[in-house]
Design a protein around this ligand. Sequence first.
Ligand SMILES: *[C@@H]1O[C@H](CO)[C@@H](O)[C@H](O)[C@H]1NC(C)=O
Ligand SMILES: *[C@@H]1O[C@H](CO)[C@@H](O)[C@H](O)[C@H]1NC(C)=O
Length: 409
Amino acid sequence: MGISTGQKFKLFFKLIVTAPGAIIKGVISSLINAFLGASALKKLIIIGVVAFLYKTLKSRHKSASLLGMNRSSMDESAVAAVASSYEQMFDSQDATSRLESYTTVVNSYYDLATDFYEWGWGQSFHFGTRFVGETLTASVARHEHYLSSHLGLKPGMDVLDVGCGVGGPMISIARFSGANLTGLNNNAYQISRGQKLVAEAGLAGRCGFVKADFMHIPVEDASYDAVYEIEATCHAPDRVACYSEINRILKDGGLFGGYEWTMTDKYDPNNPAHNKIKHDIAIGNGLPDIITSEDVRQALIDSGYEIVEFVDLAPTTPENPIPWYYDMQGSYSLSRFRLTKVGKWCSHALVNVLETLGLSPKGSVKTHEILIRASEGLLAGGEQELFTPMLFFIARKVSDAPAAAGTSS
Ligand SMILES: *[C@@H]1O[C@H](CO)[C@@H](O)[C@H](O)[C@H]1NC(C)=O
Ligand SMILES: *[C@@H]1O[C@H](CO)[C@@H](O)[C@H](O)[C@H]1NC(C)=O
């Protein structure tokens, strides 16, 4: 690990230049000359062209997996197997059996998608409200700090981050609030990335990780002052069971807040076009199903909370005219390039050649296809306001609430 994207690209080109075959070398070196003189946008297009040339020449070189970095427990064929079983799960099974195998789905998905996400989004794998003159990184951080301040996080508090990813939001919220944080994640690969990032941030004293399923959190009742989730509990097979388990580990009166992925009240379950969008978002993001905003409100109440705040932050306003899906549509400024159509085509070509050359694990191309399908579903759902990735809620644990059905304590 510790290989930056820039280093990966350097290594990639180094390998191409030293590859055998004078003809290939000639083509490549003239491309590299063109490459060195080109603008940043042209550089990315050239990467795509080089990728397709190599794909056609089908030269295979065995070497370490760069894109997959150091997956000690997962060899290339295992990754390929995961990719195909992931696909099968969605192609051939109904939602019910998908629910049963959700742990496998989520883990398979995130093993495959983590590296791509880090390239596309940085270390915080979530959306944010967007304001004029603000970069994506700044928006994502403000979205995290908004949640932290509405939860009243401060030094001396013990806080659980449910579904913490590689710890990007946890690091940001630890710095912002001064609280002590524990990241809960059931994916070993992401935790190992997270531990490294937390150590680099100098926060190893205040940020830690627990590897566990958020449906069965291995801590005692009433352990935390506050709990939050950012676009994570949408992976739960049963919201009431999930929120109830979080309720159990919260202290009385403690706050639970977060951003849920839901279908809005514009979604019509009898409209096939709406359902296709919902299905694309679900399959592309490893979700068992996508419930409605009202389902989330009811699930919170049924799990022993009172609602403090409940608002969909997705609709634009005169103060905030930029939609959350802005980075996935439209023009070609470089920071947005990776998420646009041409950017996706170039990165797809690159992923293709990396897999062909054996530089990235088998299954990378499949994963990338799944991610592209996901972003198309998200864009359509966002534009038609059928879907929101930022139903914002703050809920308070009601003291002495009767344990809700489905609690797994
Ligand atoms: C890669 O994995 C091996 C085996 O688990 C480990 O010994 C080595 O330290 C790892 N290398 C890096 C750079 O993480
Ligand atoms: C928070 O972390 C610091 C540094 O490790 C520790 O001294 C302190 O006791 C912790 N506070 C809580 C409330 O756990």
